[in-house]
Design a protein around this ligand. Structure first.
Ligand code: AMP
Length: 332
């Protein structure tokens, strides 16, 4: 469908579906990134929250209904590859005469913390998402990292509330759009943030106290990602911990959080079970997917892994935490 001379939506044949009655919408940035790690530097490569989420979630569930915006500079091949993978792109706007969102970041020696060097919003600055009719009746909504007002607009355009709304965000939006972020938080079921963002959002150092504060803001479930130290899932007074796989080499942690989110929502959509117990499995799946993402720059590793690779990695997670123990204390 053409929308004026400088902006249009993509048209592709519908992708093969897992189940015609279900649907998963993914919203988020599609971008160019430039990454520096202590071990290397990338040129401008394709990234963005929704890109990583889609590559990850499509291992578990199809079709992914993507909502995003890119500039005329975004490679058509990338969009074709995503489409072949089972990602519908009707909700992705292409602004022919504008530039795609650009982010650059530099990782510290620990590869767990990073500084944002530059954020150029470009097409994201005036993005007005349009939810296509074919995306309605969505059961699962994954709001990836993006302008909070855009996340809100997608929620408001949906005629029926999805069964589960999951949201990711970052410190950047806490700093420049906190009032809008608070409005979205009231509408979501699950929030994903990293540990420093949880502290920033809540004003609490203890992650347990931070979780309590954040759950008062709206989300009933909170996932706090701690990079190489795993992830915590909170719900009411329950806490569950998923480790991260100890890896010999980490090339590029960019997108690990989004890849985690993709594995999480992909598993939930596949199983259609939104119980706390199933969310425990979903964060293991998310952790397994994130462990692949960091093994190569950008989306490279996510593009090559197979179902057998994923199954083997999930088994490694099981082995990592599975042990038998006799109670050690004497019965005095
Ligand atoms: P992660 O490493 O999972 O936190 O996500 C990294 C991805 O987030 C990169 O590919 C960036 O393009 C994207 N990104 C960085 N900053 C923002 C932002 N302010 N809004 C949306 N996406 C962003």
């Amino acid at each position: 469908m053409v929308r004026g001379p400088s902006s249009f939506f993509l048209t592709f044949a519908p992708v093969k579906k897992t189940d015609t009655n279900m649907s998963l919408i993914v919203v988020g940035s599609m971008a160019f990134d430039a990454i520096e790690t202590p071990f290397g530097k990338s040129d401008k490569i394709v990234g963005g929250a929704a890109t990583y989420i889609a590559w990850s979630a499509s291992n578990f569930y199809k079709p992914i209904k993507q909502i995003s915006v890119v500039g005329g500079d975004f490679p058509k091949q990338e969009l074709d590859d995503l489409h072949h993978r089972g990602v519908e792109l009707e909700g992705v706007q292409v602004k022919k005469n504008e530039k795609s969102f650009f982010w650059s970041g530099k990782y510290h020696l620990d590869m767990n913390t990073r500084d944002t060097l530059e954020t150029q919003l470009n097409v994201l600055a005036n993005f007005e998402p349009v939810v296509p009719d074919s995306y309605q009746d969505c059961e699962f909504l994954m709001l990836g990292n993006l302008v909070p007002a855009v996340q809100m607009s997608v929620i408001e355009q949906l005629e029926n509330r999805p069964k589960l709304v999951v949201m990711d965000t970052m410190n950047f939006w806490m700093e420049i759009a906190m009032p809008d972020l608070e409005k979205v938080l009231r509408k979501v079921d699950v929030l994903l943030v990293n540990d420093s963002e949880a502290r920033q959002l809540s004003g609490q150092f203890s992650l347990v106290k931070a979780a309590k504060e954040i759950m008062k803001m709206g989300p009933k479930y909170l996932i706090i990602k701690k990079g190489e130290h795993g992830a915590l899932l909170f719900h009411q007074d329950n806490v569950f911990f998923a480790p991260a796989l100890p890896l010999e080499e980490v090339f590029d942690p960019t997108g690990a959080g989004d890849t985690f989110a993709g594995g999480f929502i992909g598993h939930i959509a596949r199983t259609r079970d939104i119980s706390f117990d199933n969310m425990k499995s979903a964060i293991i799946v998310g952790s397994a997917m994130a462990s692949f993402c960091v093994e190569k720059f950008g989306t490279a590793r996510l593009r090559e892994i197979t179902k057998a690779d994923i199954d083997a990695r999930i088994q490694q997670f099981k082995d990592l935490v599975n042990f038998e123990i006799e109670l050690a204390a004497e019965n005095l």
